[in-house]
Design a protein around this ligand. Structure first.
Ligand code: HEM
Length: 286
């Protein structure tokens, strides 16, 4: 029997305390700080389809995580330039955690069937993740350089200038090779000063340097750690690419993409790319 005045159907979770702030007419609230009005007002659903909300939110959330990845990779690049390797490791480790987080999106997205997707696919027009400039920035920062991929952004000067400056800057891997050379490892000069906008080509001197590091981890502990942080990032990146490709196959089969590519075939090719080729080949050479 409930005590008088109490309804025994009410759960006993009344957590109200007298000090709780309630007047936000002048103070900054949670929503103000996070600009939630902007973020939560940015889902423009263009069809009647129930699943379009999922599609929009998954992409928007991924773009937010990409924003943080860019912030962390940029921070890591600055730390590497300044010789602050431990600080760079911390930021690269965070990049890997973010990657493991966004990979989970594919589990949510795969609850959308091909029939569900077809209910709103036409509303996308020619828009596609292929035009994600944040994704392209991450690819460029890690070293997958391809000037032609700036083209879809030429209609926006600020954006294409920004992407071009990332294209022309040394990648995280280029910075790592410089550190190897500074530590007395014999890196060929052609890999230490080159046109940074061009794709990186593997070189035997680089593989030999990484092999030496992996043969004597105690002697080169920091460089060995650097290699493992980088390979983590690449490993997660490939897992993201793989899950994207498989989810796309599950949803659209072998149809062409809204961005104009062959679709799954195009995404499969990306799986062959390596940001840090010698970090992979050293494993066979060791
Ligand atoms: C129904 C879900 C999805 C489908 C069917 C799909 C399909 C595709 C296809 C076919 C491509 C190749 C380019 C094209 O022709 O469009 C592509 C590229 C891309 N998509 Fe998706 N996608 C989906 C979800 C996502 C999500 C959630 C993201 C997260 C941001 C994403 C990011 C990207 C990126 C970054 C590329 C460029 C990849 C590269 O250049 O290597 N996609 N997508």
């Amino acid at each position: 029997m409930a005590p008088e005045g109490k309804d025994d159907t009410t759960p006993s979770n009344d957590r109200w305390e007298s000090g709780i702030h309630t007047d936000f007419s002048r103070a900054m609230s949670y929503g103000d700080y996070l600009q939630l009005d902007k973020i939560l007002d940015a889902q423009e659903i263009r069809s009647e389809a129930h699943d379009e909300m999922l599609f929009v939110i998954i992409h928007q959330a991924s773009e937010l995580w990409l924003k943080l990845m860019i912030h962390e990779i940029r921070g890591a690049a600055t730390a590497l330039t300044d010789g602050k390797l431990q600080a760079a490791f911390k930021m690269l480790a965070r990049v890997s955690r973010i990657q493991s987080q966004i990979i989970q999106s594919w589990d949510i997205l795969s609850t959308m069937t091909p029939s569900d997707y077809l209910t709103f696919r036409d509303t996308l027009g020619q828009s596609s993740g292929f035009q994600s400039w944040q994704y392209r920035s991450v690819e460029f920062m890690l070293g997958n350089k391809n000037g032609a991929l700036v083209k879809p952004h030429m209609h926006d000067k600020a954006l294409s200038n920004n992407l071009t400056s990332i294209l022309n800057a040394p990648s995280v891997y280029d910075l790592a090779l410089k550190i190897l050379a500074e530590n007395g490892l014999a890196i060929d000069a052609s890999r230490l000063d080159r046109d940074w906008s061009k794709p990186y080509e593997p070189h035997e001197s680089v593989e030999a340097a990484w092999v030496e590091i992996y043969q004597q981890p105690e002697k080169y502990w920091e460089l060995y750690q650097l290699a493992e942080k980088l390979i983590d990032v690449e490993d997660w990146f490939q897992q993201w690419r793989f899950r994207h490709m498989k989810t796309v196959e599950r949803i659209i089969g072998f149809k062409t993409g809204t961005g104009g590519t062959s679709g799954v075939g195009f995404l499969k090719k990306a799986l062959d790319h390596r940001f840090f080729p010698e970090l992979w080949s050293l494993r066979t050479a060791l």
